[in-house]
Design a protein around this ligand. Sequence first.
Ligand SMILES: Nc1nc2c(c(=O)[nH]1)N[C@H]1C(S)=C(S)[C@@H](COP(=O)(O)O)O[C@H]1N2
Ligand SMILES: [Mo]
Length: 427
Amino acid sequence: MHKSALRFVAGNGLLDRRAFLKSGYGLTIATAIGLSPAGRALAQTEPSMPAWMTSLGAGDSPYGSPSPHESQVLRQPQPSTPQTAGFSIWHSPLQHQRGIITPSGLHFAVHHNGIPAIEPERHRLLIHGLVERPLQFDLERLMRYPMVSRIQFLECAGNTAANALSPTALDGDCRELFGQVSGSEWSGVPLSYLLHEAGAKSTARWVICEGADGGSHSRSLPLAKLMDDAIIAFYQNGERLRPSQGYPLRLFVPGWEGNVSIKWLHRLEVSDSPAFSKDESGLYTRILSDGDILVFGFPMEVKSVITHPSGQQRLPELKGFYEVSGLAWSGRGRIAKVEVSADNGRSWAAAQLQGPRLDKSLTRFSIPWQWSGAATTLLSRATDEHGNTQPTRSEWRSRYAAHSFNHYNAIQAWRVQRDGSVENVYA
Ligand SMILES: Nc1nc2c(c(=O)[nH]1)N[C@H]1C(S)=C(S)[C@@H](COP(=O)(O)O)O[C@H]1N2
Ligand SMILES: [Mo]
Protein backbone atom coordinates (compact mmCIF):
# COMPACT_ATOMS: atom_id res chain seq x y z
CA MET A 1 0.00 0.00 0.00
CA HIS A 2 1.14 3.50 -0.73
CA LYS A 3 1.91 6.10 1.90
CA SER A 4 -0.90 8.32 0.62
CA ALA A 5 -3.30 5.68 1.97
CA LEU A 6 -2.95 7.43 5.34
CA ARG A 7 -6.15 9.42 5.71
CA PHE A 8 -6.22 12.58 7.78
CA VAL A 9 -9.57 13.15 9.50
CA ALA A 10 -9.01 16.45 11.32
CA GLY A 11 -6.52 19.29 11.55
CA ASN A 12 -2.94 18.92 12.68
CA GLY A 13 -2.37 15.29 11.84
CA LEU A 14 -5.25 13.28 13.37
CA LEU A 15 -5.53 10.04 11.37
CA ASP A 16 -8.47 7.81 10.54
CA ARG A 17 -9.16 5.78 13.69
CA ARG A 18 -9.70 2.69 11.56
CA ALA A 19 -6.21 2.97 10.09
CA PHE A 20 -4.82 0.10 12.13
CA LEU A 21 -7.84 -2.13 11.67
CA LYS A 22 -7.53 -2.56 7.93
CA SER A 23 -5.16 -5.35 7.04
CA GLY A 24 -1.83 -4.14 5.78
CA TYR A 25 -2.68 -0.58 6.68
CA GLY A 26 -1.02 -0.70 10.10
CA LEU A 27 2.21 -1.76 8.52
CA THR A 28 1.92 1.14 6.08
CA ILE A 29 1.73 3.62 8.94
CA ALA A 30 4.52 1.95 10.85
CA THR A 31 6.76 2.00 7.79
CA ALA A 32 5.85 5.55 6.90
CA ILE A 33 6.86 6.76 10.32
CA GLY A 34 9.84 4.51 10.85
CA LEU A 35 8.46 2.48 13.77
CA SER A 36 8.35 -0.93 12.13
CA PRO A 37 10.79 -3.62 13.25
CA ALA A 38 12.31 -3.69 9.77
CA GLY A 39 13.02 0.03 9.92
CA ARG A 40 14.58 0.10 13.33
CA ALA A 41 15.33 -2.61 15.81
CA LEU A 42 16.83 -5.04 13.31
CA ALA A 43 19.18 -2.44 11.95
CA GLN A 44 21.40 -3.29 14.93
CA THR A 45 24.26 -5.75 14.79
CA GLU A 46 24.61 -9.26 16.28
CA PRO A 47 22.01 -10.57 18.73
CA SER A 48 23.48 -10.52 22.22
CA MET A 49 23.04 -12.97 25.09
CA PRO A 50 22.19 -11.04 28.28
CA ALA A 51 22.97 -12.56 31.67
CA TRP A 52 19.39 -13.64 32.36
CA MET A 53 19.52 -15.97 29.40
CA THR A 54 22.56 -17.85 30.65
CA SER A 55 21.33 -19.06 34.06
CA LEU A 56 18.08 -20.14 35.73
CA GLY A 57 15.83 -17.45 37.10
CA ALA A 58 14.57 -16.70 40.63
CA GLY A 59 11.75 -18.48 42.46
CA ASP A 60 8.29 -16.98 42.74
CA SER A 61 6.32 -15.80 45.80
CA PRO A 62 2.88 -16.71 47.22
CA TYR A 63 1.43 -13.31 46.34
CA GLY A 64 2.71 -11.61 43.20
CA SER A 65 3.97 -8.05 43.08
CA PRO A 66 4.90 -5.63 40.29
CA SER A 67 8.30 -5.68 38.65
CA PRO A 68 10.91 -3.70 40.61
CA HIS A 69 11.42 -1.80 37.34
CA GLU A 70 7.90 -0.40 37.72
CA SER A 71 8.43 0.89 41.23
CA GLN A 72 7.64 4.45 40.14
CA VAL A 73 4.01 3.47 39.41
CA LEU A 74 2.44 4.46 42.71
CA ARG A 75 -0.52 6.20 44.22
CA GLN A 76 0.22 9.72 45.41
CA PRO A 77 -1.13 11.56 48.44
CA GLN A 78 -3.08 14.62 47.31
CA PRO A 79 -0.56 17.47 47.65
CA SER A 80 -3.11 20.08 48.77
CA THR A 81 -4.51 17.89 51.58
CA PRO A 82 -2.66 17.58 54.88
CA GLN A 83 -2.47 13.78 55.13
CA THR A 84 -3.54 12.90 58.64
CA ALA A 85 -4.51 9.51 60.03
CA GLY A 86 -8.06 10.83 60.07
CA PHE A 87 -8.29 12.30 56.57
CA SER A 88 -6.33 11.27 53.54
CA ILE A 89 -6.72 11.23 49.77
CA TRP A 90 -4.66 9.03 47.46
CA HIS A 91 -4.59 9.52 43.70
CA SER A 92 -4.37 6.76 41.09
CA PRO A 93 -1.58 7.02 38.45
CA LEU A 94 -3.88 7.11 35.39
CA GLN A 95 -1.01 7.98 33.06
CA HIS A 96 0.48 4.52 33.66
CA GLN A 97 -2.78 2.62 33.22
CA ARG A 98 -3.90 0.96 29.99
CA GLY A 99 -7.26 -0.68 29.47
CA ILE A 100 -10.13 0.05 31.82
CA ILE A 101 -9.25 -1.84 35.03
CA THR A 102 -7.24 -0.12 37.75
CA PRO A 103 -5.02 -2.58 39.66
CA SER A 104 -6.49 -2.90 43.15
CA GLY A 105 -3.34 -1.64 44.85
CA LEU A 106 -3.46 1.52 42.71
CA HIS A 107 -7.17 2.32 43.24
CA PHE A 108 -7.64 5.90 44.43
CA ALA A 109 -8.77 6.28 48.03
CA VAL A 110 -10.54 8.84 50.19
CA HIS A 111 -10.63 8.22 53.93
CA HIS A 112 -12.48 10.69 56.14
CA ASN A 113 -11.67 8.83 59.34
CA GLY A 114 -8.72 6.58 58.52
CA ILE A 115 -8.93 2.84 57.79
CA PRO A 116 -10.65 0.88 60.57
CA ALA A 117 -9.05 -2.43 61.64
CA ILE A 118 -12.19 -4.52 61.28
CA GLU A 119 -12.17 -8.13 62.46
CA PRO A 120 -14.30 -9.84 59.81
CA GLU A 121 -15.76 -12.46 62.21
CA ARG A 122 -17.13 -9.70 64.42
CA HIS A 123 -18.44 -7.43 61.66
CA ARG A 124 -22.24 -7.22 61.26
CA LEU A 125 -24.58 -5.59 58.74
CA LEU A 126 -27.85 -4.34 60.21
CA ILE A 127 -30.96 -3.49 58.17
CA HIS A 128 -33.63 -1.76 60.25
CA GLY A 129 -36.02 1.22 60.35
CA LEU A 130 -39.14 1.19 58.18
CA VAL A 131 -39.01 -2.54 57.41
CA GLU A 132 -41.29 -5.48 58.19
CA ARG A 133 -38.39 -7.65 59.41
CA PRO A 134 -35.21 -6.03 60.78
CA LEU A 135 -32.23 -8.20 59.79
CA GLN A 136 -28.69 -8.62 60.97
CA PHE A 137 -26.08 -10.53 59.00
CA ASP A 138 -22.63 -11.81 59.72
CA LEU A 139 -20.24 -12.13 56.80
CA GLU A 140 -20.67 -15.86 56.43
CA ARG A 141 -24.43 -15.62 55.93
CA LEU A 142 -24.24 -12.57 53.68
CA MET A 143 -21.78 -14.20 51.33
CA ARG A 144 -24.12 -17.16 50.72
CA TYR A 145 -26.47 -14.95 48.67
CA PRO A 146 -26.08 -15.09 44.88
CA MET A 147 -23.53 -12.58 43.64
CA VAL A 148 -23.18 -10.46 40.50
CA SER A 149 -20.05 -8.89 38.97
CA ARG A 150 -19.86 -5.60 37.11
CA ILE A 151 -17.02 -3.55 35.66
CA GLN A 152 -17.72 0.03 36.73
CA PHE A 153 -15.94 3.25 37.60
CA LEU A 154 -15.82 5.03 40.94
CA GLU A 155 -15.07 8.77 41.01
CA CYS A 156 -14.84 11.19 43.91
CA ALA A 157 -17.10 14.22 43.57
CA GLY A 158 -13.99 16.37 44.06
CA ASN A 159 -11.93 14.79 41.27
CA THR A 160 -10.17 17.46 39.14
CA ALA A 161 -11.08 20.15 41.69
CA ALA A 162 -7.79 21.95 41.06
CA ASN A 163 -8.81 22.74 37.48
CA ALA A 164 -12.14 24.08 38.70
CA LEU A 165 -10.63 26.24 41.44
CA SER A 166 -7.20 27.41 40.38
CA PRO A 167 -7.26 30.69 38.40
CA THR A 168 -4.23 29.55 36.42
CA ALA A 169 -3.72 25.98 35.25
CA LEU A 170 -1.53 24.00 37.65
CA ASP A 171 1.38 22.14 36.12
CA GLY A 172 0.32 18.69 37.33
CA ASP A 173 0.33 15.21 35.87
CA CYS A 174 -2.71 13.07 35.15
CA ARG A 175 -2.48 11.42 38.57
CA GLU A 176 -2.45 14.70 40.44
CA LEU A 177 -5.17 16.38 38.34
CA PHE A 178 -7.47 13.44 37.49
CA GLY A 179 -6.45 10.59 39.82
CA GLN A 180 -9.63 10.32 41.90
CA VAL A 181 -11.29 7.97 39.44
CA SER A 182 -10.63 4.26 39.00
CA GLY A 183 -12.22 1.27 37.31
CA SER A 184 -12.70 -2.21 38.79
CA GLU A 185 -14.69 -5.35 38.50
CA TRP A 186 -16.87 -5.29 41.64
CA SER A 187 -18.56 -8.50 42.84
CA GLY A 188 -21.19 -8.82 45.50
CA VAL A 189 -24.82 -9.22 46.45
CA PRO A 190 -27.49 -6.95 44.91
CA LEU A 191 -28.87 -4.87 47.77
CA SER A 192 -32.37 -5.41 46.39
CA TYR A 193 -32.22 -9.06 47.60
CA LEU A 194 -31.67 -7.95 51.19
CA LEU A 195 -34.14 -5.08 51.08
CA HIS A 196 -36.81 -7.41 49.64
CA GLU A 197 -36.16 -9.85 52.43
CA ALA A 198 -36.43 -7.12 55.07
CA GLY A 199 -39.57 -5.79 53.35
CA ALA A 200 -39.63 -1.98 53.09
CA LYS A 201 -42.83 -0.42 54.47
CA SER A 202 -45.03 1.62 52.11
CA THR A 203 -43.76 4.97 53.48
CA ALA A 204 -40.09 4.04 52.94
CA ARG A 205 -38.26 6.35 50.50
CA TRP A 206 -34.69 6.69 51.75
CA VAL A 207 -31.98 4.54 53.27
CA ILE A 208 -29.39 5.98 55.62
CA CYS A 209 -26.16 4.08 54.99
CA GLU A 210 -23.44 4.11 57.62
CA GLY A 211 -19.84 2.89 57.72
CA ALA A 212 -18.04 1.27 60.66
CA ASP A 213 -15.16 3.76 60.60
CA GLY A 214 -14.68 5.82 63.76
CA GLY A 215 -16.65 8.94 62.81
CA SER A 216 -19.38 6.83 61.14
CA HIS A 217 -19.33 8.20 57.63
CA SER A 218 -22.96 8.17 56.47
CA ARG A 219 -25.12 9.23 53.54
CA SER A 220 -28.85 9.05 52.74
CA LEU A 221 -29.75 7.41 49.44
CA PRO A 222 -33.05 7.04 47.60
CA LEU A 223 -34.49 3.56 48.12
CA ALA A 224 -35.30 3.37 44.39
CA LYS A 225 -31.63 3.63 43.35
CA LEU A 226 -30.53 1.06 45.91
CA MET A 227 -33.23 -1.34 44.68
CA ASP A 228 -32.18 -0.68 41.09
CA ASP A 229 -28.44 -1.42 40.86
CA ALA A 230 -26.53 -0.99 44.15
CA ILE A 231 -24.55 -3.94 45.48
CA ILE A 232 -22.90 -4.96 48.71
CA ALA A 233 -19.42 -5.57 47.30
CA PHE A 234 -17.03 -8.12 48.80
CA TYR A 235 -14.65 -8.58 45.87
CA GLN A 236 -12.67 -6.23 43.67
CA ASN A 237 -10.89 -7.51 40.57
CA GLY A 238 -11.37 -11.11 41.66
CA GLU A 239 -10.03 -10.88 45.19
CA ARG A 240 -11.47 -9.66 48.48
CA LEU A 241 -11.63 -5.89 48.89
CA ARG A 242 -8.49 -4.14 50.08
CA PRO A 243 -8.83 -2.49 53.52
CA SER A 244 -8.43 0.84 51.69
CA GLN A 245 -11.55 0.04 49.61
CA GLY A 246 -13.75 -1.04 52.53
CA TYR A 247 -12.81 -4.59 53.63
CA PRO A 248 -14.74 -6.71 54.45
CA LEU A 249 -17.66 -5.10 52.61
CA ARG A 250 -18.78 -1.84 51.06
CA LEU A 251 -21.79 -0.35 49.40
CA PHE A 252 -21.20 0.21 45.68
CA VAL A 253 -23.58 2.65 43.99
CA PRO A 254 -22.87 2.67 40.23
CA GLY A 255 -22.34 6.02 38.52
CA TRP A 256 -22.94 8.15 41.60
CA GLU A 257 -20.44 10.36 43.44
CA GLY A 258 -17.89 8.20 45.27
CA ASN A 259 -18.87 9.57 48.66
CA VAL A 260 -22.11 7.54 48.71
CA SER A 261 -20.37 4.19 48.15
CA ILE A 262 -20.00 3.66 51.89
CA LYS A 263 -16.96 1.59 52.82
CA TRP A 264 -16.89 -0.77 55.83
CA LEU A 265 -20.71 -0.68 55.64
CA HIS A 266 -22.42 -1.80 58.85
CA ARG A 267 -25.88 -0.22 59.01
CA LEU A 268 -28.77 0.53 56.63
CA GLU A 269 -31.67 2.41 58.18
CA VAL A 270 -34.75 2.53 55.97
CA SER A 271 -36.56 5.85 56.39
CA ASP A 272 -39.19 8.16 54.92
CA SER A 273 -36.74 11.08 54.70
CA PRO A 274 -33.01 11.75 54.40
CA ALA A 275 -30.90 12.22 57.54
CA PHE A 276 -29.13 15.39 56.30
CA SER A 277 -25.88 13.96 57.59
CA LYS A 278 -22.74 16.09 57.85
CA ASP A 279 -21.52 15.19 54.38
CA GLU A 280 -24.76 15.64 52.51
CA SER A 281 -25.59 19.00 54.04
CA GLY A 282 -22.02 20.30 53.81
CA LEU A 283 -19.29 19.37 51.39
CA TYR A 284 -21.49 17.49 48.92
CA THR A 285 -24.17 20.14 48.47
CA ARG A 286 -23.60 22.33 45.42
CA ILE A 287 -24.39 26.02 44.98
CA LEU A 288 -25.39 27.14 41.49
CA SER A 289 -24.48 30.53 40.05
CA ASP A 290 -28.00 31.89 40.62
CA GLY A 291 -27.78 30.94 44.29
CA ASP A 292 -29.96 27.84 43.99
CA ILE A 293 -28.78 24.95 46.11
CA LEU A 294 -28.46 21.47 44.70
CA VAL A 295 -28.72 18.82 47.42
CA PHE A 296 -28.64 15.14 46.49
CA GLY A 297 -27.27 15.69 42.96
CA PHE A 298 -25.74 12.25 42.78
CA PRO A 299 -24.73 11.13 39.25
CA MET A 300 -21.21 11.87 38.05
CA GLU A 301 -21.36 13.65 34.71
CA VAL A 302 -19.82 12.58 31.41
CA LYS A 303 -16.06 13.23 31.40
CA SER A 304 -12.85 12.27 29.63
CA VAL A 305 -9.11 12.73 29.79
CA ILE A 306 -6.27 11.95 27.41
CA THR A 307 -3.82 9.86 29.44
CA HIS A 308 -1.23 9.49 26.63
CA PRO A 309 0.19 12.07 26.14
CA SER A 310 -0.69 13.95 29.33
CA GLY A 311 0.67 16.46 31.83
CA GLN A 312 4.41 16.33 32.59
CA GLN A 313 5.03 13.55 30.07
CA ARG A 314 7.65 14.18 27.40
CA LEU A 315 7.23 12.98 23.83
CA PRO A 316 10.46 11.14 23.04
CA GLU A 317 10.73 12.36 19.43
CA LEU A 318 9.99 15.91 18.36
CA LYS A 319 7.61 14.94 15.57
CA GLY A 320 6.09 11.85 14.03
CA PHE A 321 3.58 9.18 14.90
CA TYR A 322 1.93 8.91 18.31
CA GLU A 323 -1.19 7.17 19.50
CA VAL A 324 -3.40 9.53 21.48
CA SER A 325 -5.26 7.48 24.10
CA GLY A 326 -7.39 8.16 27.14
CA LEU A 327 -10.36 7.31 29.32
CA ALA A 328 -14.01 8.40 29.18
CA TRP A 329 -16.88 7.67 31.55
CA SER A 330 -20.41 8.78 32.46
CA GLY A 331 -22.42 8.16 35.60
CA ARG A 332 -25.55 8.13 33.45
CA GLY A 333 -24.76 5.25 31.10
CA ARG A 334 -22.51 4.14 28.26
CA ILE A 335 -20.05 6.31 26.36
CA ALA A 336 -21.38 6.86 22.82
CA LYS A 337 -18.46 8.78 21.33
CA VAL A 338 -15.24 10.58 22.13
CA GLU A 339 -13.94 13.29 19.85
CA VAL A 340 -10.33 14.44 19.87
CA SER A 341 -8.92 17.73 18.63
CA ALA A 342 -5.24 18.33 17.86
CA ASP A 343 -5.76 22.02 17.04
CA ASN A 344 -7.29 23.39 20.24
CA GLY A 345 -10.88 22.76 19.16
CA ARG A 346 -10.89 24.11 15.59
CA SER A 347 -11.51 20.61 14.22
CA TRP A 348 -12.47 17.31 15.84
CA ALA A 349 -12.31 13.64 14.86
CA ALA A 350 -14.04 10.64 16.37
CA ALA A 351 -11.67 8.40 18.33
CA GLN A 352 -11.85 4.62 18.31
CA LEU A 353 -13.77 3.31 21.34
CA GLN A 354 -12.08 0.13 22.49
CA GLY A 355 -14.43 -2.58 23.72
CA PRO A 356 -15.97 -3.52 25.98
CA ARG A 357 -18.08 -0.38 26.10
CA LEU A 358 -19.91 -0.93 29.39
CA ASP A 359 -22.58 0.90 31.36
CA LYS A 360 -21.08 3.36 33.92
CA SER A 361 -17.60 2.07 33.21
CA LEU A 362 -14.32 3.58 32.16
CA THR A 363 -14.09 3.33 28.37
CA ARG A 364 -10.75 3.45 26.58
CA PHE A 365 -10.45 5.59 23.44
CA SER A 366 -7.59 6.08 21.02
CA ILE A 367 -6.74 7.80 17.75
CA PRO A 368 -3.55 7.77 15.64
CA TRP A 369 -1.76 11.12 15.36
CA GLN A 370 0.97 12.34 13.04
CA TRP A 371 2.54 15.18 15.00
CA SER A 372 4.11 17.88 12.83
CA GLY A 373 6.38 19.01 15.65
CA ALA A 374 4.65 22.38 16.10
CA ALA A 375 3.30 23.39 19.51
CA THR A 376 -0.36 22.49 19.76
CA THR A 377 -3.18 21.74 22.19
CA LEU A 378 -4.89 18.34 22.49
CA LEU A 379 -8.51 18.12 23.69
CA SER A 380 -10.96 15.27 24.25
CA ARG A 381 -14.74 15.56 24.46
CA ALA A 382 -16.94 12.61 25.47
CA THR A 383 -20.65 12.17 24.81
CA ASP A 384 -22.76 9.53 26.55
CA GLU A 385 -25.63 7.47 25.15
CA HIS A 386 -28.16 10.06 26.37
CA GLY A 387 -26.46 12.86 24.42
CA ASN A 388 -24.84 14.49 27.47
CA THR A 389 -21.52 16.02 26.57
CA GLN A 390 -18.72 17.91 28.29
CA PRO A 391 -18.83 21.70 28.72
CA THR A 392 -15.88 24.01 28.28
CA ARG A 393 -14.25 25.20 31.48
CA SER A 394 -15.92 28.63 31.28
CA GLU A 395 -19.32 27.06 30.58
CA TRP A 396 -18.88 24.81 33.62
CA ARG A 397 -17.81 27.70 35.83
CA SER A 398 -20.75 29.86 34.77
CA ARG A 399 -23.17 27.17 36.00
CA TYR A 400 -21.85 27.18 39.57
CA ALA A 401 -21.18 29.75 42.25
CA ALA A 402 -17.58 30.93 42.72
CA HIS A 403 -15.35 28.47 44.61
CA SER A 404 -17.40 25.47 43.47
CA PHE A 405 -15.44 22.40 42.52
CA ASN A 406 -17.53 19.23 42.95
CA HIS A 407 -18.60 17.32 39.82
CA TYR A 408 -16.18 19.26 37.60
CA ASN A 409 -16.31 17.68 34.11
CA ALA A 410 -15.05 20.31 31.66
CA ILE A 411 -13.06 19.48 28.54
CA GLN A 412 -9.39 18.95 29.45
CA ALA A 413 -6.63 20.59 27.43
CA TRP A 414 -3.00 19.42 27.28
CA ARG A 415 -0.48 21.74 25.60
CA VAL A 416 2.22 19.91 23.65
CA GLN A 417 5.31 22.10 23.31
CA ARG A 418 7.94 21.95 20.58
CA ASP A 419 10.40 20.40 23.06
CA GLY A 420 7.98 17.47 23.53
CA SER A 421 6.85 18.52 27.00
CA VAL A 422 3.15 18.30 27.85
CA GLU A 423 1.42 20.70 30.19
CA ASN A 424 -2.01 21.30 31.73
CA VAL A 425 -3.62 24.44 30.23
CA TYR A 426 -7.05 26.05 30.11
CA ALA A 427 -8.32 26.00 26.52
N1 LIG B 1 -17.11 4.61 55.56
C1 LIG B 1 -16.58 5.43 54.64
N2 LIG B 1 -16.97 5.32 53.36
C2 LIG B 1 -16.49 6.13 52.42
C3 LIG B 1 -15.54 7.14 52.73
C4 LIG B 1 -15.12 7.23 54.09
O1 LIG B 1 -14.28 8.06 54.44
N3 LIG B 1 -15.66 6.37 55.01
N4 LIG B 1 -15.07 7.97 51.74
C5 LIG B 1 -15.98 8.17 50.62
C6 LIG B 1 -15.44 8.94 49.52
S1 LIG B 1 -15.39 10.64 49.71
C7 LIG B 1 -15.14 8.37 48.32
S2 LIG B 1 -14.71 9.30 46.97
C8 LIG B 1 -15.13 6.90 48.14
C9 LIG B 1 -13.76 6.45 47.72
O2 LIG B 1 -13.68 5.05 47.64
P1 LIG B 1 -12.25 4.37 47.54
O3 LIG B 1 -11.44 4.89 48.71
O4 LIG B 1 -12.47 2.91 47.55
O5 LIG B 1 -11.65 4.85 46.25
O6 LIG B 1 -15.49 6.22 49.35
C10 LIG B 1 -16.50 6.84 50.08
N5 LIG B 1 -16.91 5.97 51.15
MO1 LIG C 1 -15.06 11.55 47.62
